[in-house]
Design a protein around this ligand. Structure first.
Ligand code: BES
Ligand code: MN
Ligand code: MN
Length: 456
């Protein structure tokens, strides 16, 4: 391993330069104008995988964006197979005016690289490419069989990766899956994430009168779909922060007191948390702590609501339509399809007959929990310790990786989330950044992981 680690040290500047090239490509999966950029990005990832030692690298087209697949099976039938998952697509960049430098012109400043996608997830998936390259260039082989699945639709709701996994379970057969797309509890605290929330996503549109109306001539007599929508959305949670959809909590599993006690040991400072966010206090479901609210309780949020006139000056109207996007974060054992269906039924029941309701249900994602005593988690813990020289903490996560559950449920593989992001990375937000220290040591952690997992 010493030689692998020295290779990583020696190649640091090339690694960051190559990552910079990857970050220059605006691979925003949810915006159709970036279709070509998605292809360009997949091509560049393919090139990097080839230079890392993979000969069998494929671009798998889907109805949406392509999957980058690669495999190296040179370790032989008796050696374990590790599948590496990551995503090369990124979130949209707006509001653009809040960025200190253009999102697709990476800048290195204050020990970080700044660009959209640097932490989520290009910088993290790149750690694996570079660590595998280090193994290959040093030893002419990888320590284990390796399969790579990098998707281009994680940040878009319609992912075709589920279908690909279901139809290709033999191709993708593996013993372990490693995913680096999560963050640490705090800077300086290498973290294994062992749970992600699932997600249901819905879009609703209310239509009232067949055209916008003068709010003086008609106001008071004709229901305003925007007012109605606000009222309906407000009814989705009660005063205790509980979601009112019937049956919503039926499948929620309570966690043990022991696990709750573990949460309390983490250095969470609520005052600091509020200060950082610029809020006076937190708020959420009564009877739960902040970490519990984020990690082990489901929730519902408006992501956006539109309707009527929002341009300069006044335009006194009753809008004909109003719509909203909502996400629900789910915990074991809630099922995204059931939850979405229950949402639709309840939401429709709240609507007065003065409006018509359209509900679009997007495919969601299951929550995931990975057992802490698995070989994959143990290898990742040792790898983080070796690379960062510190003890590891464990946390759950409020965000979602919709496909993550399929690696265990379909492929029967032990999954581990060994992320290198930090809570200050501003993912999905302006000024996304990724710590260079975590990038370089992340490459080493990945290299150690492949070594350790080959020996268990
Ligand atoms: N990497 C994130 C998930 C995540 C968020 C991990 C925060 C750790 C901390 C992932 O790319 C993501 O953003 N997922 C989306 C999925 C959605 C678009 C279906 C999410 O959670 O909103
Ligand atoms: Mn991600
Ligand atoms: Mn993301």
């Amino acid at each position: 391993m010493d030689r692998v680690i020295s290779y990583i040290e020696r190649e640091k500047s090339r690694s960051i330069n190559e990552l910079t090239e990857l970050l220059r490509i605006p691979s925003i999966s949810s915006q159709t104008e970036h279709k070509k950029d998605m292809e360009k990005c997949a091509d560049l990832v393919v090139n990097y995988l080839k230079s890392a030692g993979f000969e069998d690298v494929r671009i798998v087209p889907t109805k949406g964006h392509s999957i980058v697949y690669a495999q190296w099976l040179g370790a032989g039938k008796d050696a374990p197979t590790v599948l590496v998952y990551g995503h090369y697509d990124v979130q949209p960049v707006d509001p653009l005016d809040l960025w200190h430098s253009p999102p697709f012109e990476p800048v290195i400043k204050d020990g970080k690289i700044w660009a959209r996608g640097c932490a989520d997830d290009k910088g993290q998936l790149f750690c694996h490419i570079k660590s595998l390259e280090a193994h290959f260039k040093t030893n002419g082989k990888f320590p284990v069989n390796v399969k790579i699945v990098f998707e281009g639709e994680e940040e878009a709701l319609e992912s075709h990766l589920d279908e690909f996994i279901q139809n290709n379970s033999e191709l993708l057969a593996c013993d372990y899956t490693i995913i680096s797309d999560t963050e640490w509890f705090a800077d300086g605290l290498p973290t294994i994430c062992y749970g992600l929330r699932g997600i249901s996503f819905v879009e609703v549109t209310l239509t009232g009168p067949n055209r916008d109306l003068h709010s003086g001539s008609f106001g008071g007599a004709v229901d305003n779909p925007l007012n109605v929508l606000c009222k309906m959305v407000a009814q989705l949670k009660d005063n205790n922060g509980r979601i009112t959809i019937p049956g919503f909590y039926d499948d929620v599993i309570d966690i043990s007191q022991k696990e709750k006690d573990e949460f309390k040991k983490l250095p969470f400072d609520e005052k600091h948390y509020c200060k950082d966010l610029g809020i006076k206090s937190v708020n959420g479901e009564k009877g739960f702590t902040t970490l519990e609210r984020i990690w082990i309780r489901p929730t519902l949020d408006l992501n956006g609501i539109v309707g009527g006139y929002t341009g300069e000056g006044a335009k006194t109207i009753i809008p004909s339509k109003a719509s909203a996007k909502l996400s629900m974060r789910l915990v074991p054992n809630q099922n995204p399809e059931d939850i979405s269906k229950n949402f639709e039924k309840y939401f429709r029941s709240l609507a007065p007959e003065t409006v018509s309701v359209d509900v679009k249900l997007a495919p969601g994602g299951n929550p995931v929990i990975t057992p802490l005593d698995s070989k994959a988690v143990k290898a990742a813990v040792s790898a983080l310790k070796s690379a960062f020289g510190k003890e590891v903490v464990y946390m759950r996560e409020g965000g979602s990786i919709p496909v993550a559950d399929m690696f265990s449920s379909v492929l029967n593989a032990e999954t581990v989330f060994m992320g290198f992001g930090l809570p200050t990375d501003n993912i999905h937000s302006p000024n996304e950044n990724y710590s260079l220290e975590n990038f370089y040591n992340g490459i080493k952690a990945s290299a150690y992981f492949f070594d350790f997992i080959s020996k268990v």
